[in-house]
Design a protein around this ligand. Structure first.
Ligand code: TGC
Ligand code: FAD
Length: 389
């Protein structure tokens, strides 16, 4: 019999339809052609070359807001969207972040909670990648506990005036539109803020050692005035948290893409690197590492497909997303570390993608809810006790 596909030992491809495999093949092609050959250089320089051109290419491929219906969005399934995240993140978590923030956070917020006018104004150009969005929830003093945010929006006649700071905001500096979450007299509210509004600025955060092929920014809102029509139609933390469900779901899949690249790099390397007269793949200890990575990757994909089917069926629960994000990001990071050791000294070099993925996954482990937050979300689902405070 033919040798098993080392990247699909369990035969999980059986779980996908032909259409889903076609979506995956086309995103893989884009990722291998447009991102993978260049991304090590972008990472090293801390800058994606022609990021607007890249965003338009992602838009032209239908990948921005791809699981949303109408307004120029592709209206694909949750599984299709997940497969796209996996293929993009197999190249780099930074580009997947761009897509997640655009589609699952900024566009989703408008799509789910926006007025007809906001949807028509923003979604078609965002789907096409002609306008870039960001999502400002985190602040310098408020991360895991967004309810403690200090950014405030006050009524002034028919307008709102927003003052505060957001921190660690993906796409901030390059964004045309910011979804800004602020406290009001009645609770947390979201606002669709054009980044040209007077008082708005978004300096880039430099010197990151992770997600270097991604723009991360501070947002400064110095009495930014917006009309009442800029407000989203939702009150309370369920507004931003509903968007996080979407992005976290994409990360469940994306992390498996980073793990796949680490695994395939380790497999190739182990097959060709010779020590003691043998390819290192012939040593039991190396095989154990390759098998552990394969086990974790297989379980991650299985979980992602299962959660994707639930999302398409409309039965996916937030704690299930937390279970997937927690497991798949943590295991992908472990896989990268193991792969790094298989590559020996070469593992620390940018000639190979493994260390870059490991560094990126340190951010992915923290953003969209830290390991501890997702542990507590699942813990609450198990026990009925909220242990956050
Ligand atoms: P809690 O009292 O539990 O809930 C407040 C209200 O929100 C509702 N809710 C949800 N709604 C929808 N989806 C969910 N997953 C929800 N979880 C809670 C809840 O029912 C309640 O509604 P209501 O109507 O009763 O008011 O809130 P809490 O203050 O105790 O906090 C809960 C906690 C800690 C789980 C939550 O705050 C949390 O998830 N914290 C982590 C923050 C976080 O993940 N930030 C991410 C920022 S964005 C980002 O990182 C982008 S990274 C870039 C990229 O993706 O590439
Ligand atoms: P903190 O909340 O201060 O946590 C510090 C540590 O304490 C963590 O280990 C945490 O788990 C632990 N901790 C906190 N509370 C508890 C508790 N109750 N029990 C046990 N442990 C606890 N945010 C956005 O809004 N939009 C974005 O686009 C965005 N992009 C990002 C991009 C990057 C590259 C990074 C690194 C972050 C980004 N973030 C973004 C911010 C991200 O969501 C936050 O960093 C994250 O939610 C954690 O908040 P914090 O960094 O303030 O850590």
């Amino acid at each position: 019999t033919a040798r098993v596909d080392p990247l699909d030992v369990a035969g999980l491809d059986d779980l996908l339809t032909d259409d889903e495999k076609a979506v995956r093949a086309s995103v893989r092609n884009l990722s291998e052609r447009r991102i993978a050959p260049f991304v090590a250089d972008w990472f090293e320089r801390g800058e994606i070359e022609d990021i607007r051109g890249l965003t338009e290419d992602l838009g032209a491929a239908g990948l921005l807001g791809m699981h949303l219906e109408g307004y120029g969005c592709a209206g694909m399934s949750a599984v299709d969207y997940g497969l796209a995240c996996l293929e993009l993140e197999s190249a780099d978590s930074g580009v997947r972040s761009l897509v997640s923030v655009q589609g699952s956070l900024a566009m989703y917020a408008i799509w789910r909670w926006g007025s007809e006018e906001q949807k028509e104004q923003w979604l078609p150009q965002m789907a096409a990648g002609k306008a870039i969005g960001c999502f400002g929830l985190t602040e310098p003093d408020s991360g895991s506990d967004p309810g403690s945010m200090r950014t405030r929006a006050e009524r002034d006649g028919a307008d709102w005036v927003i003052t505060g700071r957001k921190m660690w905001i993906t796409n901030g500096t390059i964004a045309d539109v910011a979804i800004v979450w602020a406290t009001t007299r009645d609770g947390v509210r979201g606002f669709v803020v054009p980044t040209t509004a007077p008082g708005f600025s978004a300096p880039e955060i430099r010197h990151k050692q992770s997600l270097r092929a991604s723009v991360t920014s501070e947002l400064v809102l110095d009495a930014v005035r917006v009309p009442d029509s800029a407000a989203l139609d939702v009150l309370g933390l369920k507004g931003p948290l509903s968007c996080l469900n979407e992005a976290r779901y994409g990360i469940v899949w994306g992390a498996a893409g980073a793990a796949r690249t680490a695994l395939s790099t380790a497999l190739d390397y182990a097959g060709s690197r010779v020590q003691f007269g043998q390819p290192i793949a012939a040593f039991q200890l190396t095989q154990q590492k390759l098998v552990e990575m394969t086990l974790e990757y297989t379980k991650a994909v299985l979980l992602a497909v299962h959660l994707g089917r639930r999302k398409d069926a409309g039965t996916l629960r937030p704690e299930q997303v937390s279970l997937g994000k927690l497991n798949n990001v943590r295991s992908a990071l472990e896989t990268c570390r193991t792969a790094r050791s298989v590559l020996g000294a070469n593992g620390i070099s940018a000639e190979y993608p493994v260390m870059r993925h490991a560094n990126n996954l340190e951010s992915v482990l923290t953003y969209e809810g830290t390991v501890e937050m997702h542990t507590l979300i699942v813990g609450q689902a198990l026990t009925g006790h909220a242990a956050f405070r």
